[in-house]
Design a protein around this ligand. Structure first.
Ligand code: PLP
Length: 486
């Protein structure tokens, strides 16, 4: 019957057309899906080059699972190089506790600071507090001399409490509650972003003397956390109108900002955004504004092995092409860049479920650990980020099992790793997850009664001495690690 129908349709031209359209629609849909999948795979492959294998997989009984692309991909990504000194420090901590914890490598943050200063010395950094507001991190960056990007009254309060002057803060949230704007006004934090007309009227009423920065939209084609659908006005269609409104209200707009997206995977996006910003600068001139600030936002990669070099070259080239004739202060709001690679999450296996087939042969291993997506691993559900499990111990027999790793709560969503090859581990063994410094700690909840993981700080002796009066870390949470980060 279906065959017959097909022949009839094929012979009649007019009847055939709708079916072509229908087929086109199906193909378009399929094409869209394939493209989306390809982009995800490419993104994962890109990330996987930061990770280097440590174990040779010798999985025998479940080899059919490794024949799927997904499993092979995860297999290469699950193991990454940890410095032996860091592993030793973590082992030392695990010997006296069974609660999950995070480890912050303080020297790693300093290395990031030095790299930025070397590659982009003329661009002031305003650390994005939202990314990780762990007090010692803020204290360290404040001491090193960074400024701060705050998103709310509480973040401003926290940064001011470190003794930071208000001039070192930008209130970089284009949509703000009136009470927060009033607070900023009261404490003298007067640089803030906006991207819409209503915000201008709000600011006009409660803080008309502020220095405003127009946030434009200029998205990377690929980013872990895109921003454009929420923030940023169209630089061509909307910016002129907003500037006219600001002018008519007598507000002081001083510059342009953008954010290409967190975890930007398209370095060229910065060049495009800088060019778009210049067009807005030019337009502002025609309205009588004297712009003096360009804020190139966040989005810089911060995982171990990632490099700032390519991005720095693109940014410098774009600034030279589009801004060399103007006297402009350029600033950036890196968050992930400073902290992502510094933090490792350590979880302990508290339960194991063996999934067996009808012949009682194990097909899959489910490891339940004491931290999950309602704790340190929020990124797994919010942005479908992939995290990479690394067993703390070495398992010398080489057996690798098809495994998943689950968080401790009673929620079915609480899965950290979907499909990975992991050794034959036992209850009480530890699994580490690296590159966890960005958007982890501030998002931890106590759902199901699980506590917020404690943070231990590792650093070399020299740094410990230099920071003993600067970082508020109880000595029981400090571990000494002698060598410098790679
Ligand atoms: N600036 C603003 C306005 C942001 O919203 C964010 C992140 O949400 C950042 C900076 C930090 O971005 P990243 O962590 O990608 O550097």
């Amino acid at each position: 019957m279906p065959k017959k129908q097909y022949t009839t349709i094929k012979r009649t031209k007019l009847a055939f057309l709708p079916s072509v359209r229908a087929t086109n629609k199906v193909f378009k849909k399929l094409h869209k899906r394939i493209m989306k999948w390809t982009r995800t795979v490419l993104r994962r492959i890109k990330m996987s080059r930061f990770l280097k294998p440590r174990f040779v997989s010798e999985h025998k009984s479940l080899s059919h699972i490794t024949s799927t692309g997904k499993m092979r991909l995860l297999e290469t990504k699950t193991e990454r190089g940890y410095r032996p000194q860091l592993l030793a420090a973590i082992k030392d901590i695990t010997s006296c506790r069974d609660e999950p914890f995070q480890v912050c490598d303080v020297n790693d943050i300093i290395e990031k600071y030095k790299t930025w200063a070397k590659l982009l010395p003329d661009i002031d950094t305003y650390y994005a507090v939202k990314c990780n507001d762990d007090l010692p991190v803020l204290q360290l960056l404040a001491t090193l001399g960074t400024c701060f990007d705050c998103a709310s009254r509480e973040e401003i309060r926290k940064v001011l409490s470190l003794g930071i002057t208000p001039e070192r803060i930008i209130y970089a949230n284009p949509t703000k509650p009136i009470s927060h704007i009033t607070y900023a006004s009261g404490v003298g934090v007067d640089i803030m972003t906006f991207d819409n007309e209503n915000e201008l009227h709000k600011i006009y009423k409660c803080f008309p003397e502020s220095k405003l920065v127009l946030r434009i939209r200029s998205d990377a084609t690929s980013a872990l956390y895109p921003m454009g659908m929420k923030f940023g006005c169209d630089p061509i269609k909307d910016a002129p109108k907003l500037l006219r409104t600001a002018k008519s209200l007598g507000l002081n707009v001083v510059g342009v900002s953008f954010h290409v997206g967190s975890g930007c995977q398209e370095p060229a996006a910065y060049g495009r955004a800088i060019r778009a910003a210049r067009a807005v600068f030019d337009h502002s001139n025609t309205l009588g504004f004297k712009f003096s600030l360009l804020d190139i936002g966040g989005g810089y990669p911060g995982g171990s092995g990632s490099s700032l070099e390519e991005l720095a070259d693109i940014i410098k080239t774009a600034l030279k092409s589009h801004f060399s004739d103007l006297s402009v202060r350029v600033m950036a709001e890196p968050g992930s860049y400073y902290v992502a690679s510094a933090y490792t999450v350590a979880t302990c296996i508290h339960s194991i479920r063996n999934v067996v087939d009808d012949d009682n042969v194990e097909q899959h291993r489910m490891y339940y650990v004491n931290d999950g997506v309602f704790g340190s691993f929020n990124c797994v559900v919010t942005v479908h980020d992939t995290v990479y499990p690394q067993p703390l111990k070495e398992y010398l027999d080489g057996t690798m099992l098809s495994s998943s790793v689950w968080g401790p709560t009673c929620d079915g969503l609480d899965k950290i790793v979907d499909n990975a090859l992991l050794p034959d581990m036992q209850i009480g063994d530890w699994i580490l997850f690296g590159n966890m410094g960005a958007y982890s700690l501030p998002l931890v909840t106590t759902f199901n009664g699980y506590l917020i993981p404690k943070v231990y700080y590792v650093m070399n002796q020299e740094l410990k001495l230099a920071t003993k009066d600067i970082l508020s870390i109880p000595s029981k949470y400090i571990r000494i690690m002698e060598d410098k980060p790679k």
